[in-house]
Design a protein around this ligand. Sequence first.
Ligand code: AHR
Length: 639
Amino acid sequence: MNSRMTAMVRVAVCVCAAAALSTVGLAQSAPAKLTIDTQGAGKPVSPTLYGLMTEEINHSYDGGLYAQLLSNHTFRSNWEGVESWGLVRHGDAKAEAKMDKSTGPSDALPTSLKLTVTSASKGDDAGVSNMGYWGIPVHARTIYKGSFYAKTDGVGPVTARLISDDTGAVLAETTIAVDGDAWKEYDYTLKVGAATASAKNHLELMVAKPGSLWLQLATLFPPTYNDRPNGLRVDLMEKMAAMHPHFVRLPGGNYLEGDEMKDWYNFKETIGPLVDRPGHQAPWSYWSTDGLGLLEFLEWTEDLHVEPVLAVYAGYALKHDYAKPGKDLEPYVQAALDEVEYATGDVSTKWGAERAKDGHPAPFPLHYIEIGNEDWFDKSGSYDARFAQFAVALRKKYPQYKLIATTPVKEKQGAEPDVIDDHYYKSPAEMFDLVHQYDDAPRTGPKVFVGEWATRSGSPTPNMGDALGDAAWMTSLERNSDLIVMASYAPLLVNVNPGAMQWPTDLIGYDAEKSYGSPSYYAQVMFGAAIGSSSPHTEMEGAHERFFYSVTKDEKNLYVKLVNASNKPEPLAVELKGLGAGAHVAKTTSLHAASFEATNSITEPETIHPVSGTARFTGTKLERTLAPFTIEVVEVPLR
Ligand code: AHR
């Protein structure tokens, strides 16, 4: 069974705690009536409607999806010292550790940590330790692979050890024959045998002789998704796969832009060997190592069997500086052309060849390129001309791709956007009010990408009230999917450790060791698994105002999504016009909680979870009663 299937089955077999949702015992009012034309062609539903959006925020990559376990793996220092690294002296060992700005293994990493040992011996060794991102998770019978760059004046070998913080027990140890005064890369493997799963561990790199050791770029990886070297965290990838996404919008968000012009997402500094990646200042208050760089982004889409929606930097920084359209903007336009070539060019092109050199000769599929992010913040009005300059150049070289503008632009010949990216961050009440936003929107002109949306009240992850707002919103996305081609919730990921979060409501929470899905996450899993290809004609009578629904279908099934966001049960009589006579068995999946505030957390990850069931009915009449605070997907076989 592949990992994608594992995640899906996990949802399907969840305990049936809420199985009585559709039955008796609840105060009944007259049923609302939903009539569905099961046979008509209906309006199209975009095959790419649901996707993912992430960026480096809340330690989404470093300390999150990027499986690298060592934090500050490039030994960056500030006035407080070298963050995450400590000096270790066992017994009578004498040593100090300081940054050496005069030597490093590459132009990108020109400095190093110098360990100077004046006294050490076996048992009384000295070295440095790394505490990971809020700990280093260790699991029994697991192999961890690492590497570091080093040079010495003869102090080697280096011993690498994984050590329990609580007991001091050595969980795994290996010795690496480090020698020579030239920079070299060394690999090591740590094999953990019996151990209790825990994140309360650290890594030590130790020597047992006097002398000097210079270190740079130290890594340690657990097994990764699809066993990719420099790869991604398995549990988070499985959670994404279970959402049935169709794209990943990358690399941001504000992360694309940076606070200042110098902090822009320059893909050329995020590719190739890690030792050639300097990292860059990200806008969400911390440094991005770019260990998860453009190629890793693209391989992530490949592993999820989805496409990237590639956002290119459009010459605007968050603190409102921008490159003037014309000559000043040209280098950024060229970078965008190069970036698209890196992703899609064949190996005969300059950047396609670069991608092949980086280990991926096959081009990646692409249909959409987004120019910038949230350029309505640019009050100078430069976006019209910036967008036009990018659009003309991109269309000339790549007429096959659709271009997304981040705000409406005054159209210029040859520079009309194909799609506009709209963003919505709302409270539950605001989201319920927003569900008719696109019902009467013009169907001529650009299509819509809802590139960021979320209902926000819970923290660090959404609660059931937020999930109800999200589900209500998704019914409107589906109903209007002839116009809305793609939509992605944001932000997707949050490390829930103290100090890790910058944005208070995020879909999936995790610490170093484990992760959990919020009620909103499960709502998306349920909707994403039942997308359909068209939206048939429906009529609803008599439902209360906090009841929402959408209906889609494909060749096999009709998918009825019902959202009761009120504190009263909603009895519902569904007339399935055109459905055959005789007995039918529908599959149901329900998400329910006792209150708006109810939620999941890192310690109680499954309080709210989808519950599978069946609904048997005869002919065209299906009856359901939705309990308060309930989201339900009913899948009716059409054949
Ligand atoms: O999703 C968090 C931030 O919200 C994104 O970086 C930005 O595009 C939006 O303002």
